[in-house]
Design a protein around this ligand. Structure first.
Ligand code: CP
Ligand code: NVA
Length: 307
């Protein structure tokens, strides 16, 4: 059966760790200028319904650095699900390329592409989760702290796709995740239930709270993301009223561990979910984290398409 990369929850703890090991190896190879052309002759279609900097460029570079090629398909070009149905797009693309990466509004469309395409499909962000970001985040934490087990990550802000992937990844790797979200903006209960079940096997902990200061106390990492995700623009004004207590600023950072790392998947809305002082300060890991999208995704691609 062909493999896809849709959610970190589809991976076992062991598979998650071995993908991270592969990512670390590929990163070392790149730094040593020893690319092994592990994607030689392979092609990836990159279908976007939403804008992107990191996902678009890091996937394209990952393919090229390993001897493959990638084709960017902009939101207006194929109009996935509008000009043409998801099953038809999936079946046509699969006749031309070896893999499909897609960034979609509705998670149903990623599942539809995976169901109908005969080639591997990678989730480049949906309204449900952002697994490539999650893998890059785990890689970053592993590099910075030397491991994942027992690490306390405080996620502060909206209970969105990025939090869902952190819950899945944290549960698979034995992390202690504290999510502080305003009432009514928490993560989906199905994701929390899955993460708690998995946590019982791996020793992870999943805590949901409302108070950002409770989450951030003694945290190894403070993580935040935009208050308004792509597709929620009509809610932006109300969200700007609800979320200010969840800003990651110097006061919040000061109650975490002394060496706390601050993470953000980017793009950042400086002055909203994070201050300049923190984003550009000594605790910030955000650009190392952005770089690791490249290495983590390369591992996913080598796992799915590798020669
Ligand atoms: N973090 C992330 O996915 O960034 P882009 O939206 O720029 O791809
Ligand atoms: N939660 C954000 C992540 C952007 C990379 C969004 O979905 O817009």
């Amino acid at each position: 059966m062909k493999k896809d990369f849709i959610s970190i929850a589809d991976k076992t703890p062991q598979e998650t760790l071995s993908l991270l090991g592969l990512a670390a190896r590929l990163k070392r190879d790149l730094y040593a200028k020893q690319s092994r052309n592990l994607l030689f002759g392979k092609t990836l279609a990159m279908v976007f319904q939403k804008p992107s900097l990191r996902t678009r460029v890091s996937f394209e570079m990952a393919m090229k650095q390993e001897g493959g090629d990638a084709l960017y398909i902009a939101p207006d070009e194929i109009k996935l699900g509008q000009r043409e149905s998801v099953p038809d797009v999936a079946r046509v693309l699969a006749r031309y390329v070896d893999g499909i990466m897609a960034r979609v509004f509705s998670h149903r469309d990623i599942l539809g592409l995976a169901e109908w395409a005969s080639v591997p499909v990678v989730n480049g962000l949906s309204d449900f989760d952002h697994p490539c970001q999650g893998m890059a985040d785990l890689l970053t934490i592993q590099e910075k702290l030397g491991g994942l087990k027992g690490v306390k990550l405080a996620y502060v802000g909206d209970g969105n796709n990025v939090l869902h992937s952190l819950l899945m990844g944290g549960a698979n790797t034995g992390m202690r995740i504290w999510a502080a979200t305003p009432t009514g903006y928490g993560p989906l209960s199905e994701v929390v239930e899955w993460a708690r079940l998995r946590a019982a096997e791996t020793g992870a902990e999943i805590h949901l709270v409302v108070d950002p200061y409770e989450a951030a106390t003694d945290a190894d990492i403070i993580y935040t993301d935009t208050w308004t995700s792509m597709g929620q623009e009509t809610e932006a004004a109300i969200r700007r009223q609800v979320f200010p207590p969840y800003q990651v600023n110097a006061a919040l950072v000061s109650i975490a561990k002394k060496q706390v790392g601050v993470m953000h998947c980017l793009p950042a809305h400086r002055g909203e979910e994070i201050t300049d002082e923190v984003a550009d300060g000594a605790h910030s890991w955000i650009f190392d984290q952005a770089e690791n999208r490249l290495h983590a995704q390369k591992a996913v691609l080598v796992d799915l398409l590798g020669v």
